[in-house]
Design a protein around this ligand. Structure first.
Ligand code: ZN
Length: 250
């Protein structure tokens, strides 16, 4: 009997279950004065600040700040995964909680293009392959694989010797439907952490697929169709790529 993968709407939780996530190590830890004011929002984690000593004082130039529209790059004049329509949006991936309609222009990976255009409709969209960069407002921008879904990327920003990376959603496990996660050296790493709490423990994918395949075989032998409900972008493709296609039609 056939195996069906049913897809849900866009507004479901979209972050990928993952193991305890790791952040790339800092380049070098520089000494920081104890009275240095570091202002930051809940989404920004200052792993290591890039501090320059100028006239016996330390200068800290954040490449991103947290605004009512989300993460904003003052030097480049763009937002990363903005929560509201903005002039320029750099998008990590096509899930609805990261890619929202209404912004003036968009920048994403080339492998994300068709997904964004399908989900958001006609748009002004420039794309970059993984690892290639462009300069905007003195800011060097590049995308690096996040291993989350097709076209998903970490955003690397470089300006005056500082390197910041915004992870977007990411996972470290192998996924046949997208490019594997790549560690990117940086001074400051801003990480998603939807399922990073230690209470989340996930079975190995091989065990999950073995259970699904066994259930499917049992249904097939009983003359029943099998239906699995999965999120439309990412989970559905990963599911179809992981089940044993020799059991029956999909
Ligand atoms: Zn996502």
């Amino acid at each position: 009997m056939p195996f069906y993968v049913a897809s849900g709407g866009r507004n479901q939780a979209t972050a990928t279950p993952g193991r305890v996530r790791e952040s790339p190590g800092p380049l070098t830890a520089r000494r920081a004065p104890s009275n240095l004011p570091l202002t930051h929002g809940a989404a920004i984690q200052w792993k290591v600040s890039d501090l320059r000593e100028v006239n016996n004082t330390y200068v800290n130039e954040p490449l991103l700040t947290l605004t009512d529209d989300g993460l904003f790059c003052p030097a480049g004049g763009f937002h990363v995964d903005p929560w509201n329509p903005v002039a320029r949006a750099v998008i990590t991936h096509a899930h609805a909680d990261h890619a929202k309609t209404g912004s003036g222009t968009y920048l994403a990976t080339d492998s994300c293009r068709r997904l964004l255009e399908t989900r958001l409709g006609p748009m002004s969209l420039d794309t970059l392959p993984y690892g290639q960069s462009l300069e905007h407002g003195g800011m060097r921008i590049s995308f690096h694989p996040a291993g989350h879904v097709l076209g998903s990327a970490q955003v690397r920003l470089e300006h005056r010797g500082q390197v910041w990376v915004v992870s977007g959603d990411y996972k470290l496990e192998p996924d046949p439907t997208c490019t594997p996660f790549e560690s990117v050296r940086c001074h400051t790493f801003i990480t998603e952490s939807t399922f990073a709490l230690p209470i989340y423990r996930w079975d190995p994918p091989a065990d999950v697929f073995a259970a699904i395949n066994g259930w499917w075989r049992t249904n097939r032998d009983a003359g029943r169709a099998s239906v699995v409900y999965a999120y439309a972008l990412g989970k559905a493709q990963r599911l179809m790529a992981g089940v044993d296609a020799s059991i029956g039609p999909i």
